[in-house]
Design a protein around this ligand. Sequence first.
Ligand code: 5GP
Ligand code: ZN
Length: 115
Amino acid sequence: MADCIFCRIASGEIPAQVVGRTPDVLAFRDLNPQAPVHVLVIPVRHHAAARDATGTEGERLLGRLLAFAAETAASLGLDEGGYRIVTNTGRDGGQSVDHLHLHLLGGRALGWPPG
Ligand code: 5GP
Ligand code: ZN
């Protein structure tokens, strides 16, 4: 989608600090990090949110996103200390970019429950 900021990052039109990629998944550092490690993991192809990744292909994509987030966590040295993976959805979830993304947060103790 031409007016979607994460589509533009996925296409390389907008620069980002990429930490990993596969043909269908991209991981890059959040512009406004909330923890020492704050990485966003997105599908290259536009989906608005997890609820839009439907059917067999959508389920596969969600699995690949989660698996890639865990691989990225390991590659960034987070396995020992642990980390959090979350996806904000819609207004009450606090989603501000309408392109499906997982937040990978680590490098400090994270509070729970979230605000
Ligand atoms: P949400 O609020 O939708 O769960 O998360 C969107 C995230 O995208 C926010 O944490 C925000 O800092 C990040 N973000 C927004 N615009 C950009 C950008 O242009 N580049 C990068 N790297 N992150 C962005
Ligand atoms: Zn998009």
